[in-house]
Design a protein around this ligand. Structure first.
Ligand code: NAD
Length: 296
């Protein structure tokens, strides 16, 4: 069993770390929240006083932090992980962050004699708890092979996307598809309803016709057709509109840097920004249909 440091024990990191403890690994954990740490200690992990302590004397370090600035400061800042870890340590950063920061931190890790993977996930808190997350992993093949047995305890579909940063690229591209398609499906249901078409009928038709997509068939934004979708629990998340906005903004940053036009991605970001401005960023992102129907 491996010695693992785990930093960032929030909604996602908490259950991911718990799955590693359950698999018999020895975990040293750190989070700024004492409550989050206490939950993991109860599950069998060992609390350490700083992030750097979690990276000392371990083979792997997993980080699950909010955004790029947190990742940069935890890895590169004063008392950072790279200065504390042993040579040969494999870092797995599962936070969703911007591509340039991911590449910068990975390059610094490699220069310090360690390896590092960007390994963002999709599947939400439910997937983190069940250990069924999808991992999109960028970085060297050898590091990926070493990390795979650890990642397999937290996820089900695990992809090596390519070189450093491509895990984050896959994540923002995927979520740009999702953000746009959810708005498209919501517009269609709002229009169909206004014109007298029953929502279930539209679902039955479109889910077997060319409008078929995940936002429709797995996460339908109207109550009824997909019993597990957040629409059936008044848009309790799930995946919040605020998180979708974060990912769409990352996609927009990436598209500006790469000089690739993504007009619908830009428009989708503005639609979720409107939800945020109206104070509804904490509901599920499929609640965008309420905005379209003029209900929020
Ligand atoms: P969260 O806010 O619940 O957890 C983040 C944790 O990091 C918190 O416990 C916080 O105290 C801790 N933290 C922040 N700065 C720290 C520091 N300097 N040192 C130690 N701990 C620190 O967020 P989350 O929902 O767990 O999301 C984490 C990442 O996963 C984000 O990048 C998010 O975009 C991504 N993500 C989230 C979901 C989801 O559904 N929640 C799904 C996929 C990806």
């Amino acid at each position: 069993m491996a010695k693992i440091g785990f930093i960032g024990l929030g909604n996602m990191g908490g259950p991911m770390a718990r799955n590693l403890v359950k698999a018999g690994h020895a975990l040293k954990v750190f989070d700024l929240s004492k409550e989050a740490v206490a939950g993991l200690v109860e599950a069998g992990a060992t609390a350490v006083p700083t992030a750097a302590d979690a990276a000392k004397g371990v083979e792997f370090v997993v980080t699950m932090l909010p955004a790029g600035e947190h990742v940069r400061s935890v890895y590169l800042g004063e008392g950072g992980l790279l200065a504390a870890a042993d040579e040969g340590t494999v870092f797995i950063d599962s936070s969703t962050i911007d591509v340039p920061t991911a590449r910068e931190v990975i390059a610094a890790a490699v220069a310090a004699g360690m390896s590092m993977l960007d390994a963002p996930v999709s599947g939400g808190v439910g997937g983190a708890e069940a250990g069924t997350l999808t991992f999109m992993v960028g970085g060297e093949e050898e590091a990926f092979a070493k990390a795979l047995p650890i990642i397999e305890r937290m996820g089900k579909n695990i992809f090596h996307a390519g070189a450093a940063g491509t895990g984050q690229v896959a994540k923002v591209c995927n979520n740009m598809i999702l953000g746009i398609s959810m708005i498209a499906v919501s517009e269609a249901f709002a229009l169909g309803e206004k014109l007298g078409l029953d929502a279930q009928k539209l679902f039955d038709i479109s889910s077997t016709a060319s409008g078929q997509c995940w936002s429709l068939t797995s996460y339908c934004p109207v109550p009824g057709p997909v019993p597990t979708s957040p629409a059936n629990r008044d848009y309790k998340p799930g995946f919040t509109a605020g998180m979708m906005l974060k990912d769409l903004r990352l996609a927009q940053d990436a598209s500006r840097t790469a000089r690739v036009p993504t007009p619908l991605g830009a428009h989708a970001a503005q639609v979720y920004a409107l939800m945020e401005a109206l104070g509804h960023d904490a509901i599920d992102f499929s609640g965008v249909i309420k905005l379209i129907k003029g209900q929020i």
